[in-house]
Design a protein around this ligand. Structure first.
Ligand SMILES: Nc1nc2c(ncn2[C@@H]2O[C@H](COP(=O)(O)OP(=O)(O)OP(=O)(O)O)[C@@H](O)[C@H]2O)c(=O)[nH]1
Length: 802
């Protein structure tokens, strides 16, 4: 390989000025050289020879002492690659030296030996001579410290510079790698060690800690706080013992629980005692408790409040007319302007007293609200048309009002009509346990006319009187609480809600939570359309500022912290979702016994619907006789007719079950019952109903059956065979027909027979079943009047439990 070794590089490597090299060359070669001139082999030989001779020393120690102030020849160890590369480069120059060897060289040959004696461990500088391959002890490079520029003896003829370079390159490479790896390994090892130590340390600490706790526990009882219920794992954690220890102790008590099972407070106390720990009940402060003031009012803070009245009655008996008549006749001059304002409730003045009327007549809205837990009304005015008397919805209204436990005042309306017969109405009322006051009972009956306005003042007077009897009171000096009467979304204003304040005073700017909505009261308007800044007890106001539209019947509360209020709403929303998933807690005949056992049921409320009044009464009496010392059967409503939406609503609000005889629910009622989880039982025979409810109360309800469709076959031919009877040549059109199936014969959509299969055959063989698409021969056990084209529906009865 031809190496271009220029004057400049030679000078640099030999650490002499370019000029010296050029001068030396000019002595031996005629043509002038420049510092960029690449030198020929012979030229290089001359240069090296000359300078080697010039630099030869007698004593290496003296040399090193002079160069570096140390007897140890050294090269700069770091950066290693550079240091290693440099000599390699220098030695490139050695290769073309040829045979020339002067005295200096001869002298030098002995020098390594001398040096070896002086410093036998340091052989590097002598290497080129005695070990031209440079293979010995490359490690030395890493040991030396001081930077000393090495001079290579280039006089040896057999120096293989390439191999030397290779070696250095490899060495340098290795050094780099090794250095890194070593450092890294060391580092990693150190880390591992540290981690190991830590782990060991931690393990030890943990063991020590447990030991210490065990000691401490023995020495001094620890006290832990636990809630009403706690998982075994969490309990163990608080006790500072392992879960298996707790599980073991639980087993000792005969409680088999896993780490994730809940144990109650009492069990926890017993277990904690075994671990010498004392238990205190953890007081969990809910967000509600934090932000909603639910404290009882002191008697001295209470002032009397206006009664809240709802008007109910049969359709067209004059509810709206009575409400309007009262509203108009009791509005003062100044308020007349706002009279058209309908916010869902309004207030009228009766002397110096106020009465609040809910503007939604009828029991539907009333019961819907009650179903949501809202107890808004104090008094129900039952409007009965004097000419019409008590009608089905009057009865419903009576029962809804009774179920809610509100006072009833009867307004016998349409007294202006000639056909008015108030006595008949009073008479009818007694049938529903409403005995008029004048007849010795406690139901006020006021004859009125919405048209002539006669008697309305008496009605209002009676409302005030009743309210006085009820001693309705509230504390206006506290954060407001009440119920949403109705709500809607206004395009411009956003959600608008009419709320009835039931306690405290609502102020504009208050933060309120209503059901699952939260907001700040932006504006308030009363029932006369006036903007107001505050609303006290029994005052209905329309408010804006809620974030969402609440639902009528939602309870609202003024809260002290908006951020927590939002959190509360989130919580309520997720609870709501959970509740939807969870099993309903409504009473059903299937869970009746369980509820009775748990003591949750003291009264079984039933709504009876039948085709004739006689059945209603018969059932009422029979069922009421089922009452025992644990549960009282209470028929809260009984009427003739289909099971209606209103019945389901009442059952839902009152946690009642519905029984029907020879009646069907209307589609809405059926849908609602399913949605609300209201148990609805329909019977053909009264005896079945009595028996079923009796069994349910004893916890012996027979299993329920339902039909499972199997398939359908069409009758294509009929054959009459002697001794066998009528054979149906059928074709299975869907599903399958099985040997044990029940068969319903349907002709033009009408069921003509319900029978069992007598035999099922394919060709001449008896078979267990025939699948879709195949022909078969069927005989029925009893029914023989089969016709071509009849459809045979095969089904089975399956036992199930809710
Ligand atoms: N003669 C007479 N008619 C009345 C009286 N009160 C109501 N009416 C009439 O009876 C009909 C029904 O009255 P409403 O007030 O609509 O009856 P309602 O009970 O509110 O009816 P719904 O809203 O359908 O449930 C109307 O035509 C009224 O004019 C009254 O005191 N005397």
């Amino acid at each position: 390989m031809m190496i271009k070794y220029r004057v400049r590089e030679v000078a640099k490597d030999l650490d002499i000025p370019n000029k010296d090299v050029l001068d030396t060359l000019s002595k031996y070669f005629p043509e002038p050289k420049k510092y960029m001139t690449a030198l020929e082999e012979n030229e290089l030989d001359v240069v090296f020879e000359t300078f080697t001779q010039q630099r030869s020393v007698d004593n290496l120690d003296a040399y090193f002492a002079e160069r570096g102030g140390s007897a140890v020849p050294a090269v700069q160890p770091a950066p290693a690659p550079a240091a290693a590369a440099k000599p390699a480069q220098q030695q490139k120059t050695a290769q073309p030296r040829g045979e020339k060897r002067g005295n200096g060289a001869a002298q030098n040959q002995n020098r390594p030996q001398q040096r070896q004696q002086a410093a036998p461990q340091q052989q590097k500088p002598a290497q080129p001579q005695n070990a031209p391959q440079g293979s010995q002890q490359p490690v030395v490079v890493t040991e030396v410290r001081e930077p000393v520029r090495r001079v290579i003896d280039t006089r040896s003829s057999n120096v293989n510079i390439d191999r030397y370079n290779e070696k250095y390159d490899r060495l340098a490479d290795q050094k780099v790698k090794t250095d890194n790896v070593v450092t890294k390994q060391k580092f990693t090892n150190r880390n591992q060690q540290r981690r190991g130590n830590q782990r060991r340390g931690k393990r030890e600490t943990e063991a020590e800690r447990l030991n210490r706790i065990a000691q401490e526990r023995k020495a001094k009882h620890i006290t832990i706080e636990i809630p009403e219920e706690i998982t075994v794992g969490d309990f163990a954690l608080r006790l500072k013992v392992s879960a298996p220890e707790v599980i073991k102790k639980l087993m000792g008590l005969g409680v088999f629980a896993s780490i994730n099972d809940m144990i109650d407070f009492d069990t926890a106390v017993l277990i904690a005692d075994e671990f010498h720990a004392k238990v205190e009940k953890e007081v969990v402060v809910t967000i509600e408790e934090q932000i909603i003031d639910d404290s009882e009012d002191n008697e001295e803070n209470l002032v009397s409040r206006a009664p809240v009245v709802v008007v109910m009655g049969h359709v067209d008996h004059g509810k709206t007319s009575v409400l309007d008549a009262i509203r108009h006749s009791n509005v003062t001059e100044g308020e007349a302007g706002g009279i058209t304002q309908h916010i869902g409730a309004y207030r009228v003045k009766v002397g110096d007293r106020d009465v609040t009327f809910l503007d939604t007549p009828g029991h539907a809205a009333f019961t819907t609200m009650r179903a949501r837990g809202a107890q808004v009304t104090d008094i129900a005015v039952l409007v009965v048309a004097a000419d019409d008397g008590i009608m089905p919805q009057t009865v419903e209204a009576i029962n809804h009002a009774k179920a809610a436990g509100v006072s009833i005042i009867v307004a016998i309306n349409k007294m202006d009509k000639p056909s008015a017969d108030p006595d008949r109405v009073k008479q009818q009322l007694t049938e529903y346990s409403l005995v008029p006051e004048e007849w010795g009972g406690d139901t006020p009956c006021i004859p009125v006319s919405a048209v002539t306005k006669a008697g309305l003042d008496d009605l209002l007077e009676m409302i005030i009187l009743t309210a006085d009897m009820l001693e309705l009171k509230a504390n206006p000096d506290r954060a407001a609480k009440g119920t949403v009467i109705e709500a809607r979304l206004d395009r411009g204003m956003g959600p608008i809600a009419t709320v009835l304040v039931q306690n405290g005073t609502l102020h504009s700017g208050d933060t309120i939570v209503a059901g699952t909505t939260v907001g700040r009261v932006r504006s308030m308007m009363d029932d006369k359309g006036r903007r107001v800044q505050e609303a006290g007890p029994s005052v209905p106001v329309e408010i804006t500022g809620l974030g969402d539209v609440p639902v009528g019947g939602d309870i609202f509360n003024v809260v002290s912290d908006e951020r927590l209020a939002r959190e509360l709403v989130e919580q309520r929303l997720s609870e709501q979702k959970e509740q939807q998933f969870n099993a309903q807690t409504k009473v059903t005949l299937d869970n009746l016994f369980d509820q009775m056992k748990e003591g949750d049921m003291k009264e079984l409320k039933i709504i009876v619907k039948a085709d004739v009044q006689g059945s209603v009464e018969a059932v009422r009496q029979s069922l009421e006789k089922l009452s025992n010392e644990e549960v009282r059967v209470n028929i809260i409503h009984g009427a003739v007719g289909a099971v209606s939406e209103s019945d389901v609503m009442l059952a839902n609000a009152s946690n009642a079950i519905i029984v029907g005889f020879n009646v069907r629910p209307d589609p809405v009622a059926e849908e609602n019952a399913k949605r609300d989880g209201v148990d609805m039982r329909l019977y053909r025979i009264i005896y079945d109903c009595i028996e079923e409810i009796e069994s349910a109360m004893k916890g012996m309800l027979a299993p329920k059956y339902r039909e499972v469709g199997l398939g359908k076959a069409e009758c294509r031919e009929t054959y009459k065979i002697t001794n066998v009877g009528m054979v149906i040549g059928g074709h299975v059109t869907s599903g399958k027909i099985t040997r044990n199936a029940q068969i319903r014969v349907v002709r033009d959509g009408i069921i003509v027979a319900d029978d069992k299969i007598g035999s099922l055959r394919r060709f001449k063989d008896d078979v267990k079943e025939v699948a879709e698409g195949y022909d078969c021969g069927i005989t029925l056990e009893k029914f023989s009047d089969i016709k071509q084209g009849d459809i045979l529906e095969a089904y089975e009865m399956e036992e199930y439990r809710d």
